[in-house]
Design a binder for this molecule. Structure first.
Ligand SMILES: CC(C)(COP(=O)(O)OP(=O)(O)OC[C@H]1O[C@@H](n2cnc3c(N)ncnc32)[C@H](O)[C@@H]1OP(=O)(O)O)[C@@H](O)C(=O)NCCC(=O)NCCS
Length: 141
């Protein structure tokens, strides 16, 4: 198992991973162009795990200058419960800490029980004091 920085060369494999994972939504914001832009804006904050050259897990990270953000933390079912997600997340958070960002957010669908339990078991705080508002000005729902 090799963990390496995610580049746009991993895009097709990561998209495939997202598409076959219940609880993970694929949006137009996950296009190749926007993913390339995300990686360019956040170089060295996203990672993939490779087994014999194939992507079996990913974790994308970034920041807005103030706070860190994680997204698409996904491990193929047959590779789960080996600590791969923990290792990928640690890489993302360490990288964020190296630039002075110590607080990171992740969005999880309310009905994604597996993921909600995962984050809470690791001390991530479910926010009841914040409502997230989103405005969509595109024609894509
Ligand atoms: C959530 C998810 C990323 C976790 O991935 P993972 O690689 O299985 O996570 P880890 O291995 O780090 O931890 C999972 C469990 O395995 C345990 N574990 C780790 N290494 C282990 C080992 N060698 N032997 C046995 N158990 C082990 C961990 O202690 C942990 O247990 P806990 O959750 O009861 O505390 C994965 O289930 C997934 O891809 N889910 C679907 C995608 C998704 O919903 N992502 C979240 C979107 S935000």
């Amino acid at each position: 198992m090799e963990i390496t920085e995610m580049t746009i060369a991993h895009y097709d494999a990561v998209l495939k991973l997202m598409r076959r994972t219940p609880g993970v939504a694929v949006r137009s914001a996950d296009s190749r162009v926007t993913t390339a832009r995300y990686l360019e804006r956040n170089p060295g904050f996203s990672f993939v795990a490779l087994e014999s050259g194939d992507v079996v897990a990913c974790a994308m990270g970034g920041h807005d200058g103030r706070r860190g953000y994680l997204q698409h933390v996904i491990v193929l079912p047959e590779y789960r419960k080996r600590g791969i997600a923990s290792e990928l997340i640690e890489r993302c958070l360490s990288r964020l800490e190296s630039i002075g960002i110590f607080k990171t957010h992740i969005d999880v669908f309310v009905d994604n029980d597996l993921a909600n339990e995962y984050w809470q078991r690791r001390g991530w705080m479910k926010r009841d004091d914040i409502n997230r508002y989103s405005l969509n000005r595109s024609s894509d729902p």
